[in-house]
Design a protein around this ligand. Structure first.
Ligand SMILES: Cc1cc2nc3c(=O)[nH]c(=O)nc-3n(C[C@H](O)[C@H](O)[C@H](O)COP(=O)(O)O)c2cc1C
Length: 316
């Protein structure tokens, strides 16, 4: 997720069991082959022997673009740099990206989805899997099935479907039942995505979509233990208790410790506010702390505010 899921976040989210794989923020492909540093910036894991988080969870690289030739050239570059899987983004709703003919704008013309996937598929020549991420359409759902079929025809080995159109942005509800319709028209595995914030959402999304697998987005930032909760429930049928605030604060403090080695403190504070903002919709304690800390700019004061009172909480 652009601007919110970098390598440090991927690391922290995958420390506990739950995720099977993760995806980078998109690498924006316009017209030329990008230099290695751009790939390394989005996916520092490429500089390791194994393209995984420190816990061993694979990291897939995502490309966003519309020009088949440029996508193909960058796919080859990604393979050369060691990528283990390439995902193509046909879901981004950002106005700037769509104005430049990227992300969800291709969903207006399924043939273009097919050409983009096919160019990348041919370019990697079977060396690594190519997957696609789509929404249900741009401003309507009439082409949803065609777009899914186009991605499959192009050679995608898996499809993640964010169950909203581009114009629906991130507004609830996600139309998981549409994913079930898509599943009937393709034979590749389909992963359900959109609005999975809890075990109940997970269960409803699976039931309505018929998918075995789901992708978590904002829900994993709001509750970094969500994937573990789902996994624990799958394995045992039991639900884990909510995570106490001091444990939530710990993950934010670990995030700051990782980020502050390379970024200025004020940037780290902004990143912490961004993550706390994702947490606060589902967690009253996070909401209170956000209110109290949101005007702070000093990193150590911010961290103290996150941890305040947690020693007591621990000893309770
Ligand atoms: C801030 C933000 C950045 C995102 N960046 C990406 C991205 O780079 N690539 C991508 O495939 N999806 C991206 N998404 C979409 C999410 O992956 C996901 O499809 C969407 O948020 C719906 O799932 P959710 O309701 O679980 O969040 C982004 C979403 C948000 C909110």
């Amino acid at each position: 997720m652009e601007g919110v899921i970098d390598a440090h976040t991927r690391h922290l989210l995958t420390v506990r069991p739950g995720f099977d794989w993760t995806v980078t923020e998109f690498v924006r492909v316009v017209d030329a082959r990008l230099p290695p540093r751009v790939f390394y910036k989005h996916c520092p894991e490429l500089q390791q022997d194994r393209i995984t988080t420190p816990s061993g969870i694979p990291v897939h690289l995502q490309l966003l673009g519309s020009d088949p030739e440029a996508l193909a050239a960058n796919a080859q570059q990604a393979v050369r740099l060691g990528a283990v899987s390439l995902d193509l983004n046909f879901g981004c709703p950002a106005k700037l990206v769509n104005r430049h003919d990227g992300g969800a704008s291709l969903l207006r013309d399924p043939a273009r989805v097919e050409r983009a996937v096919s160019a990348v598929h041919r370019a990697v020549d079977g060396a690594i899997p190519v997957t696609a991420k789509i929404r249900l359409g741009f401003s309507h759902r009439r082409l949803a099935l065609d777009c899914a079929r186009a991605a499959e025809r192009g050679g995608a080995s898996q499809l993640v479907v964010h169950a909203r159109t581009r114009d629906e942005g991130y507004r609830p509800p996600a139309h998981w039942e549409w994913i079930a319709r898509i599943r009937q028209h393709v034979s590749i595995p389909v992963v359900a995505n959109g609005d999975i914030w809890s075990l109940q959402d997970y269960w409803r999304a699976r039931t309505l979509s018929g998918c075995d697998d789901v992708m978590l987005g904002r829900g994993a930032l709001a509750d970094p233990w969500l994937a573990s909760r789902l996994r624990h429930w799958q394995r045992t049928g039991e639900t884990l208790p909510p995570t106490p605030w001091h444990v939530r604060a710990d993950i934010l403090c670990s995030y700051a410790a990782l980020q502050r080695s390379t970024l200025p403190n004020r940037v780290v504070v902004s990143l912490l506010k961004q993550w706390l903002n994702h947490m606060r919709g589902r967690d009253p304690e996070a909401a209170q702390r956000f209110q109290r800390l949101r005007r702070l700019t000093d990193l150590d004061t911010f961290l103290a505010g996150l941890a305040e009172g947690t020693a007591q909480e621990t000893s309770l």
